[in-house]
Design a protein around this ligand. Sequence first.
Ligand SMILES: [Zn+2]
Length: 92
Amino acid sequence: MKKHTVKCMSVEEISDEYLKKLNIHSRDGYEISNKMFSQQVSWGEHVYCPECNSVNILVLKGDGFQIKGLDFIGIICNDCKKIYYFYDVNFR
Ligand SMILES: [Zn+2]
């Protein structure tokens, strides 16, 4: 399977203001990853987990009123049991 080569950043590299806008939520049984990825992860028809390449994922949608363009804010991977948020959402 083709490996995603999407840039990764750590939560520490992201501004607090951005993280606040992202309005991060956890889910039962899932850990919020310290790694954040580009929205590129959610482009195209076949969306994979950038960590394990699993297709067993859910894409998280943000508040469309607050976001310019693509309103995906992250993914949930059912194999990693982690939530990966995106670092490049365009908030208004
Ligand atoms: Zn995964």
